[in-house]
Write a protein that binds this ligand. Structure first.
Ligand code: 5GP
Length: 213
């Protein structure tokens, strides 16, 4: 028997979705900086790189031909077309992290969340981030200053549709204040990690306790 004080835990898949500009990238970066037990799934996309983005860190950038090849080879855990570009989650790094006992965070849309949910229902925890108002959403998209007016308008026009999927998520956080939202999302993560059925080593741990001293 292993060390009775180590309670093994099944890794969980932690999904954050929101309309573009609601703040989930900022929130996810903060969580990664504060928590060593969760890693980010780096998506592959066919959309052009934005100024300031780092290939291999923010996204793996590719073209449509290569993307479709990856899909056909069964290398994507999920994928979707968003704003006319393809986005997908490569399967292998996610499985490797989960097997190593780490949790994995995903910044994906509702289409991807539905696909992952179908295959791993119990190990998926989903959080939807809402903006406090549409005016605030637009202002955040504009101050990001990386996208043209046309792109901002297209993202704004997609937001109501994206937000209509909030009932499919386990938790909802309205992002009024980044610090408050990070604390709330961390609280969700902490509570979900403590669920009895995720702590697979509990039986041995309690046996050790009972055998004392
Ligand atoms: P952006 O272009 O602003 O980085 O992302 C646009 C949208 O695509 C966001 O809602 C983001 O969550 C979503 N997205 C990013 N990566 C993936 C992915 O791998 N799969 C899916 N389904 N959506 C993604």
């Amino acid at each position: 028997m292993g060390d009775v004080f180590t309670i093994r835990r099944r890794g969980l898949m932690f999904v954050l979705s929101s309309p573009s500009g609601a703040g989930k990238t900022t929130i996810s970066r903060e969580i990664l900086a504060r928590d060593d037990n969760i890693v980010m799934s780096v998506s592959t996309t066919t959309r052009p790189k934005r100024p300031g983005e780092v290939a291999g860190v923010d996204y793996k950038f590719t073209d449509e031909t290569e993307f479709k090849l990856m899909v056909n080879r069964g290398e994507m855990l999920e994928y979707a077309e968003v704003f006319g570009n393809y986005y997908g989650t490569p399967k292998e790094p996610v499985m490797a992290a989960l097997e190593a006992g780490q949790d994995v965070m995903f910044d994906i849309d509702w289409q991807g969340t539905q696909q992952i949910k179908e295959s791993v229902r119990d190990d998926l925890v989903s959080v939807f981030i809402l903006p406090p108002s549409m005016a605030e959403l637009e202002s955040r998209l504009r101050t990001r200053a990386q996208d043209s007016d046309e792109v901002v308008a297209s993202r704004m026009s997609r937001a109501p549709d994206e937000m209509s999927h909030f009932p499919e998520y386990d938790y909802i956080v309205v992002n009024r204040d980044v610090e408050e939202s990070v604390a709330r999302v961390m609280a969700i993560l902490t509570a979900e990690r403590l669920r009895r059925d995720r702590q697979v080593g509990l039986g041995d741990f309690v046996k050790g306790l009972r055998e004392g001293p």
